[in-house]
Write a protein that binds this ligand. Sequence first.
Ligand code: UD1
Length: 420
Amino acid sequence: MSQLLVRGGRSLTGEVAVQGAKNSVLPILAATLLTGGQVELRGCPRLRDVDASIRILKALGCGAHWEGDSLLADTAGLNSCTVSDILMREMRSSAIFLGAVLARCGEAKMSYPGGCELGPRPIDLHLAGLRDLGAEIQDSGGVLRCKASCLRGRELILSLPSVGATENLMLAACGAEGVTTISNAAREPEIVDLQEFLNACGAGVSGAGTSTVTIEGRRPLHGCAYQIMPDRIVAATYLCAAASAGGEIYLRNAREGQLATVAAALREAGCAIRTDQKGMRCICRERLRSVRPVRTAPYPGFPTDAQAVLMAALLRSRGATVFEETIFENRYRHVDELVRMGADIRVMGRVAVVTGAEVLHGAPVRCTDLRGGAALCVAALAAEGETSIAEIGHIDRGYECIERDLKTLGAEIARTEMEI
Ligand code: UD1
């Protein structure tokens, strides 16, 4: 088993390019099924979750292979509408394949993706929306059997702006007769990216980025070449890494427009953040200050995926910062690991209070989830001595090669095999 060894105390300097967005490429890979043709996804990150999506495409009879940093998918050969339980459980966002397979084949058989390390991850909104579009869905023993001889477009209203449900319903609606509107849709930039991809394939989708998305169904779709947007959470992680370790870094491709709340918190903490047309610069020369309460919320609010890395950056700040997690129940699992490094964090339900410590020290820690794992790296950069981070498979789900990027920025970090 691999681990990351980080020797803290070096400030960061230099420049890296931000990888393509995981949360954008996963729904787009499901969307390739709608085209029945060849798609080239440029700037596609090589991640465990992308590999899991490729395995699902292949199980459905489709082809996919890499050419450099492009992923070429060919979905002409689709010959199955069943995804096995093992493949579904590999990745929570596998649920997104339901809408696409149903739209393409008129039926789909898949199991529930299951819970995850962040707590229960229901898909009731996905299923209610698909039923409203005319799908018959039977659930027996966790296996979903879906049939839709004809999906019909209509108005769908989400009771909360779920990212996955919005995406799943956009895909199903592409195969529905007539027009579908999704009200109270999620507004995340990745939903805009999915719209842009679908439209590049010939679809008629509009409104993504606002609360109402409109889809004209049954347009003939074709393949295309498409550039995946940069990953705003990876960018947030590296900004927080620079804030934690100090120094000056430049992130090519990072877009401040998608990181407004994260940038605002880091500025309040004392970082200088400058943006130009090609990326973002973060300069941090002094001990950080605590910031006003950070409350996670759907976009454009503070991203739940950036909560852990900002918390890690503030562990040595002056004063105390309150975090409130409103999206997922179980999103403070990294806290116990940070406390091992000398952090002062009190958790009360959905609230965590971080009081800045004078020093952090290296410790053996383990990743509890993807962003919690990234937070351990961010904290380790500012800790005295060596931190060993175990169970880094979580990090590999979302970061192409976190140690390569942090090393490029001057960190002392290496991936090694653990001695058991
Ligand atoms: C996506 C992101 C994830 C991010 C999250 C919130 C991907 C692959 N993942 O996850 O990184 O943390 O958005 O920004 O894009 N809910 C229900 N019923 C449903 C669906 C969701 O109750 O049918 C609840 C969830 O339990 C959660 C909240 O809605 O509390 C938000 O979930 P959602 O926006 O759906 O997140 P994901 O799409 O799973």
